[in-house]
Write a protein that binds this ligand. Structure first.
Ligand SMILES: [Zn+2]
Length: 344
């Protein structure tokens, strides 16, 4: 990813304009897939760069910039759950991550920073610690971090990135200055996604709609196998009434629950919108099929199913039996249409 989009360059410029008074702990918060980590890393680069540009941005060419881009700058530490190693970008296909590793940021990882924090910087400049996603810190880890945030060492910056900052302990949040990174203006996001993906407007609009306007997520969706997978999943949900449960389950089961559960949830949100005569939010191009399905469903059953999916979304980071989950979810989904079918 090369050229920084305007919605990230603006906050970076204002952070750098007050660099002398930059708070030692910053919390980049906002929806998933807007580029929070990109912004935080760009700030880290600017703080560590040997020859920053006139506007304060990193030069991208000096030794410091090269080391940082290879994650080997001696005055930089990145902290993330072991499940996200190596360097999974925000919004990247979760299926590419290794299973069976921790999705928490553990206390040992925060304690492991002590030596780095206490010792003077290698290159005589700033030291930067990037923690992402910050809400992955378990409570022991957050408490350990808190101690450091309370007594900040000089010229040391903690950059926390979080899509769910409300899950951070209030004590940690209150010691950070918030840097909100909201969904960018639609036209800006659309132009960027089209430029990066070289996709037609209609497709870029579909990706953005599904991702709630978050451009990095939309780009990831469009520029990987995810777009095809996404299409397949939508077909499964639109058709599974007419298929056997076993074959629909097979189709879902080809992927991990954390890949398809959010798509099914978004699909159901749109079904309930259509049942209430509202336009679909995530699948505008599927309006006709959604509306047709919406005439045949039981709205109470659908809302209950949506709640069940929400609970499931919280569990999908834990080890589950994927086939059982797929089977259970599809049976429940089909049951949403059952009462009407029986009455007919
Ligand atoms: Zn540089």
């Amino acid at each position: 990813m090369n050229h920084m989009p305007s919605w990230l360059a603006r906050p970076l410029r204002s952070l750098l304009a007050s660099r002398a008074a930059l708070h030692h702990a910053l919390l980049f918060s906002g929806p998933e897939g807007v580029g929070k980590e990109w912004l935080a890393r760009s700030l880290a680069a600017a703080l560590l760069c040997d020859q920053p540009r006139e506007d304060g941005f990193a030069c991208g060419q000096c030794a410091a910039c090269r080391w940082l881009s290879q994650d080997s700058h001696p005055d930089f530490r990145g902290v993330r759950p072991s499940a996200d190693e190596p360097m999974a970008e925000e919004g990247e296909a979760p299926s590419t991550r290794p299973a069976k590793v921790s999705r928490d940021i553990r206390i040992e990882q925060i304690r492991g920073l002590a030596g780095f924090v206490e010792v003077a910087s290698h290159r005589g400049g700033a030291k930067v610690i990037l923690i992402t996603p910050a809400e992955a810190m378990n409570s022991a880890a957050a408490n350990a971090l808190l101690k450091t945030l309370e007594e900040p060492p000089p010229n040391t910056y903690f950059l926390l990135v979080s899509s769910r900052s409300s899950r951070l302990p209030a004590t940690v949040r209150s010691r950070c200055r918030q840097v909100p990174v909201p969904i960018p203006p639609h036209a800006e996001a659309l132009a960027w996604v089209m430029a990066q993906s070289r996709a037609e407007e209609e497709r870029a609009l579909q990706w953005l709609a599904f991702c709630g306007g978050a451009p990095r997520r939309a780009l990831d969706l469009g520029s990987s196998d995810q777009a095809v997978l996404h299409r397949d999943l939508v077909e499964t949900f639109a058709h599974c009434e007419h298929e056997s449960l076993v074959s629909s389950t097979d189709r879902l089961n080809a992927n991990e629950p954390r890949v398809w559960v959010p798509v099914l949830h978004a699909w159901c949100v749109d079904l309930s919108r259509c049942a209430a005569s509202a336009a679909p939010r995530y699948f505008p191009s599927e309006a006709a099929r959604l509306e047709s399905l919406a005439t045949r469903l039981d709205i109470k059953a659908l809302l209950a199913f949506e709640q069940w999916l929400q609970q499931l979304q919280r569990l999908i980071s834990h080890p589950l039996n994927p086939r059982l989950v797929a089977d259970d979810a599809l049976s429940r989904y089909l049951a949403v249409f059952e009462p009407r079918r029986q009455a007919a």
